[in-house]
Ligand binder design. Structure first.
Ligand SMILES: [Mg+2]
Length: 462
């Protein structure tokens, strides 16, 4: 399997023959992050951060490719890749102009495949595969428009944006007319907000200090560094052992002082009653929010937890499978913070719906990021939200995790605790060809050596 060539950055030329999508190439890319306990939490002690990665190739003269991916944490990435491949027939042969002018049609066609739909519907591996493909189309569309995705969305006609959304199952909470109203109001003052965004960026918080596998010395060192780097919020993983959590929260609170927000994240570790007890036991350290206290499907459970642990806020979303569950979480008053994920749901189109739902209900969106490439993607959605939907960054922060960015051609830039607005065209999704080649599983150079090593060691032990 050959890695894709990096996309050219020059302006596309106009071709006289209608261009088509010629290939949907997939890659199983895995990084050995479990060896340093980066990313470790109560539910996921040893993740190998991975991407089921897709490249749409076309015969257009401009040479642009659409890159997209979904994030997994190792084993099963091959299943995710197979799901993307199952969508290939819907994409190859499509007109590039039509695809980029209206990604919503492809989105509906993929969701509407009646046989594949049985595997969801609109949830899990198949839906994440749809997200990867749809996001690749948006990457291609933004490159062809010569704009970063956040700007393409922020400058788009509100009617067109509304037409990109599948309102089936939503209209009892948000109608197309209401969405249009929100987007029209969002145009007021948008130019000033673009200038503001380009000058200062979008606020971030960091999770890099708080992985569960880190000892107190590393936690202290990284928390001190986070505050010195300008972050106003950090996050700690909790939920494995209460005595440890009390000690780690005490250490972190002492280190950062009372003026820095400290969120805690249980990664779905608890049942409802346990979530309430455990969160209350940590309340003395003034946690700002408790993230994923229980199953992402348990809407009423989140509502009960929220009532019981206030004023600690309840946040969830990185495993919320679609707009319908977000709708119910909002309708039930079950959360204070909506945590969209750029690569969990069915791509940009569905995230537009979720951003507008959150705006309608007045709940701030603080995206889940980290992973591999999730920071690169989701910054575009928050920046669009600021410029053209809610018009504010108050009480809004994008998660930031300081690893694996160097594998991307257009990596995120953090300055003074803020994401700097990307200016290059596209969705910042493209990984470096040499990284793809090295970390493709199991045949890339890294894994081939690693697996050969393993075999040798087993041979010596036998
Ligand atoms: Mg989390």
């Amino acid at each position: 399997m050959n890695p894709p060539a990096p996309s050219p950055t020059e302006r596309p030329s106009v071709s006289s023959t209608p261009a088509r999508v010629t290939a949907v190439d997939t890659y199983d890319i895995r990084f050995p992050t479990s060896r340093e306990l980066d990313g470790s939490d109560a539910m996921n002690p040893d993740p190998d951060y991975s991407a089921a990665y897709v490249v749409l190739r076309t015969d257009a003269a401009d040479g642009y490719e659409g890159h997209g991916f979904t994030f997994t944490i190792g084993r099963g990435n091959e299943v995710q890749v197979a799901a993307i491949e199952a969508l290939r027939g819907h994409v190859v042969g499509r007109s590039v102009d039509e695809l980029c002018a209206d990604p919503g049609t492809l989105n509906r066609d993929l969701i509407g495949d009646s046989q594949l739909r049985w595997l969801g519907p609109e949830k899990g591996v198949m839906h994440m595969a749809i997200g990867a493909v749809v996001n690749a189309v948006w990457d291609l569309a933004a490159k062809r428009a010569d704009k970063p995705l956040w700007r393409l969305l922020a400058e788009a006609d509100p009617e067109w944006l509304v037409a990109q959304i599948d309102f089936r199952y939503l209209t009892d909470a948000l109608t197309p007319e209401e969405a249009l109203d929100i987007l029209r109001r969002g145009r007021e003052g948008a130019d000033e907000r673009v200038a503001q965004l380009l000058a200062t960026g979008y606020p971030a918080y960091t999770t890099s200090a708080g992985w569960l596998g880190y000892d107190d010395e590393k936690l202290t060192r990284l928390a001190v560094a986070a505050v010195a780097d300008g972050f106003r919020q950090i996050k700690l993983k909790v939920g494995a052992d209460l005595a440890d959590d009390i000690r780690r929260c005490r250490v972190a609170r002492q280190v950062v002082g009372p003026g820095i927000r400290m969120a805690i994240d249980a990664n779905q570790r608890w049942g409802v009653d346990e979530a309430i007890r455990w969160t209350k036991a940590l309340a003395e350290f003034d946690p700002y929010w408790i993230e994923e206290p229980t199953s992402p499907d348990d809407i009423l459970g989140h509502a009960a937890i929220r009532t019981a642990v206030a004023p600690v806020k309840v946040a969830t979303g990185e495993h919320v499978q679609n707009r319908v569950v977000f709708k119910q979480l909002l309708q039930a008053g079950a959360l204070d913070v909506v945590q969209i994920d750029a690569a969990r749901v069915g791509g940009v189109n569905e995230n537009l719906a979720i951003l507008l739902l959150a705006a309608k209900f007045g709940v701030p969106v603080c995206p889940h990021a980290g992973g591999v490439g999730l920071c690169e993607l989701v910054q575009h959605l928050s920046m669009f939200d600021y410029v053209a939907v809610t018009g504010t960054t108050e009480n809004r922060v994008i998660e930031y995790v300081d690893h694996l960015h160097d594998h991307f051609l257009d990596p995120v830039v953090i300055r003074e605790g803020h994401y700097q607005a990307p200016t290059g065209p596209g969705f910042s999704a493209a990984m470096r060809p040499e990284s793809i080649a090295r970390y493709t599983f199991p045949d890339g150079a890294f894994w081939a050596e690693d697996l050969a090593d393993d075999t040798r060691k087993k041979g010596q032990a036998a």
